[in-house]
Design a protein around this ligand. Sequence first.
Ligand SMILES: Cc1ncc(COP(=O)(O)O)c(C=O)c1O
Length: 456
Amino acid sequence: MPTIHLKTEIPGPRSRELNEVRHEHVSPGPFHTTPVIASHAKGSVVTDVDGNSFLDFSSGIGVTNLGHRDEAVMRAVAEQAEKFVHTSINVVAYEGYIRLAERLNALLPKAAPCKTFLANSGAEAVENAVKFARVKTGRQAVIAFEHGYHGRTYMAMALTAKAHPYKSGFAPFPAEVYRAPYPDFYRWPGVQGDPGGCPQVSTCPLERCFCQEVFNSFAEIARGQIGEQNVAAVIIEPVAGEGGFVPAPAPFLKMLRRWCDEHGVVLIFDEVQTGFGRTGSLLACHQLDVTPDLVVMAKGLANGLPLSAVTGRAEVVDAVGLGGVGGTYCGNPLACAASHAVLDRFEDPAVLAHACHIGEVLRHRLEAFAKRFPCVGQTRGLGPMRAIELVTDQGTKQPNKAATQAVVQYAYEHGLILMACGTHGNVLRFLVPLTMNDEELNEGLAVVEDALASLE
Ligand SMILES: Cc1ncc(COP(=O)(O)O)c(C=O)c1O
């Protein structure tokens, strides 16, 4: 039974009516990539106010990893709502927050003892991670990476690489933010064709060790432009998300780890998008076998309730004085209850096993697309966090943003919620709920295949 069911033209009459009210009353700032209005959602399906059902390949930007309205999560939220919904952790603390911190600390056993600070959004957690690093080291500089995305608040925006639409018009940004190249081998200078990913073996069969080249470039920026002794933190996404789903190979991250240890620098992994099963492990750092000093989490952490966390080495988190970080809603009780249910669900190994299965299905199908369609320049990702990069020509690798937008539009018109990303806006990303079944996955991928075929 197909899940996609379009009963009206889209957007339908109710959506169109509400879109008009939106245009009149809502800031034009937020995107509206699928311009219908949601009525309800369950599992992998979102139904709009006109009764049209869409298959969701976005998970609300990588948030509802356990599917919309996971029963255990909803039950936990409802039970908490019967007790209390807010006291503010700054005023009267509650067990849900305290026990959640205890559970999140256990996610970084190699950094033990750990401590956690809870906030509301990914950007807010990034801001606080930088505060912890600066106060701990007494230094100012933060090194971020090309393709990096860390959010919309001022420090997070400064750390974000892409100018438009994230930063244009919003300057000036906070000082002491520096940018180093990200290990994007496909677009590394002098690379012809698709070199594939890092083979991650001790005897690298590639002619050049790209990890070493990218790391050398990083180390030179740190030495020459900043001075290692001035660097408070290095912040990196284990898979660059908004920047194009580019995985950072473990050997590169290990070089960064060693460098941070040598120079007393706090290594921050931004796992806002990669966390909670998105790459096939609970956190991406678990499979990469590199332990950061601080990890930033949000999105899948509470499967749709607003919650974020900074977890990491206690000596770093403890450096901040009483009252030094906080916020009225930080670690809201409903969101904490949801997050406990999320962690409970991930205790069942079948959940991550299914996520890995989705990753394999996606990998096979996307590689087949790459063979069939010359506009696919590269297929890449980690586990189920997968993408294809579209180009006008595989030789020149000219980004094909127009084709990417055309595929997203075709998908929308055929009932599939699909998102683009990438520094050049030419990457199709697959952020399916990690509970999606094979029929749904194949149904959505067939729409993508038809969309790619329609370009020819
Ligand atoms: C890696 C990463 N960091 C930070 C953020 C910002 O999170 P939020 O939108 O919750 O502020 C995002 C959001 O997409 C993200 O992908």
